[in-house]
Write a protein that binds this ligand. Structure first.
Ligand SMILES: Nc1ncnc2c1ncn2[C@@H]1O[C@H](COP(=O)(O)OP(=O)(O)OP(=O)(O)O)[C@@H](O)[C@H]1O
Ligand SMILES: [Mg+2]
Length: 351
């Protein structure tokens, strides 16, 4: 049954509730892989061996807005750094006996299914006092991947609005994928909207000040959250809370020093450029005035430039190596010629 569903387009891939019950041992506790404010996430295995994550929304009632919002946005988003949607289940309720009569209980079950990511979420690798426990190359790969995913989202006018370590999932190769589109919105680019006062939805520490103060939402909302994630990766949660009270140049030095101690000395000459650029970008993303924050396109361009500079440096180094080998060869050639002449002139040369 499941393998037939596999071949259908994402929109039509509807899983029957009974099937999802059967692959999760009736949504048993030992299959839970995560929990958030609005859902419990279970692991299941399809008939063809494919592992999936089932996000069962926990809010009750007949209101389907949240399910519909997440569904609509995740179906539209397809990118290597976005969690891949696999299918859905919508079960409207069931007949129940009430006063010797059967009545239909409208208690919908709403489930979204995604590819299962073995590395769990980024939050598990972060700590209070320390920077991310992973090595710099992996951290940089995660930062680059998150930026690439966000650039894609903004290019299709999706604002995520809940970017945080718990919503960044990692695959076997530590490739990051942005997940949890529960409160994402589709807005025409460069548009700013104001939501109803008194209804803050999101996560403290990742919400920008203009949202907390004036409920304003724009593309710069996600940029603020990105800055918070970057600082937590590079300096730990505590330093994120303190970074506003330290002059930025001092904070940049502090973070560079943390990573200089963690990185092999032979790697530091090029790693420091990446560390410095990421921490500078993070601080700009956290600017109070949202107009001073960069766009995600600018951030990605800036990181690309570092990669290009690194390649140019490497090519220069290879060039220097080649020219020194060439000099060495010319030198050797003339020494051989001299030795040969000397030998010949000394009369000992034999035909
Ligand atoms: N595809 C997946 N693969 C592996 N683990 C996952 C996957 N999706 C979610 N999880 C785990 O479950 C946790 C909760 O998932 P998610 O963020 O989607 O739900 P949520 O926070 O309840 O959603 P919402 O914020 O909309 O309420 C994640 O932080 C992660 O640890
Ligand atoms: Mg979440």
């Amino acid at each position: 049954m499941a393998s037939n569903l596999q071949n259908k387009s994402p929109l039509t891939r509807e899983f029957p509730l009974e099937f999802l019950q059967s692959i999760t041992n009736n949504f048993s506790e030992d299959r839970i892989i995560g929990e958030g404010g609005f859902a419990v996430v279970y692991k299941g295995v399809l008939d063809n061996g494919e592992e999936i994550a089932l996000k069962k929304l926990t809010h009750t009632g007949t209101e389907d807005t949240k399910f519909a919002d997440e569904f609509n946005n995740i179906v539209r988003a397809r990118h290597q750094n976005i969690v891949q949607y696999v299918g859905y289940c919508y079960h409207p309720g069931r007949w129940i006996e009430h006063n010797q009569q059967y009545v239909f209980g409208h208690e919908p079950t709403r489930i979204l299914c995604f590819e299962y990511l073995h590395g769990g979420d980024l939050g598990r690798h972060l700590s209070e006092e320390q920077p991310c426990g992973l090595d710099w190359q992996t951290c940089y790969k995660i930062i680059r991947g998150v930026c690439a995913g966000l650039k894609y989202l903004h290019s299709v006018d999706i604002y995520h609005l809940d970017l945080k370590p718990a919503n960044i999932l990692l695959d076997n190769n530590m490739m990051p994928k942005i997940g949890d589109f529960g409160i994402s919105r589709v807005l025409p680019s460069s548009k700013t909207i104001t939501t109803k006062p008194g209804t803050l939805i999101g996560t403290m520490g990742f919400m920008p000040p203009e949202y907390i103060d004036k409920q304003e939402i724009s593309s710069k909302y996600d940029m603020f959250s990105l800055g918070a994630i970057l600082i937590q990766i590079m300096a730990g949660r505590k330093n994120y809370c303190d970074c506003g009270s330290v002059p930025s140049e001092n904070f940049i030095d502090l973070v560079c020093e943390i990573w200089r101690k963690k990185v092999h000395p032979a790697m530091w000459s090029h790693t420091w450029k990446e560390v410095k650029a990421c921490i500078r970008i993070a601080l700009r993303c956290l600017e109070y005035d949202r107009h001073k924050r960069p766009t995600i396109r600018e951030v990605v361009d800036e990181l690309n430039r570092i990669d290009i500079e690194d390649i140019v440096d490497e090519l220069d180094r290879i060039d220097i190596d080649i020219s020194s080998v060439r000099d060495e060869a010319i030198n050797l050639q003339s020494r051989v010629a001299l030795a040969y002449n000397h030998y010949k002139n000394s009369g000992k040369y034999l035909h």
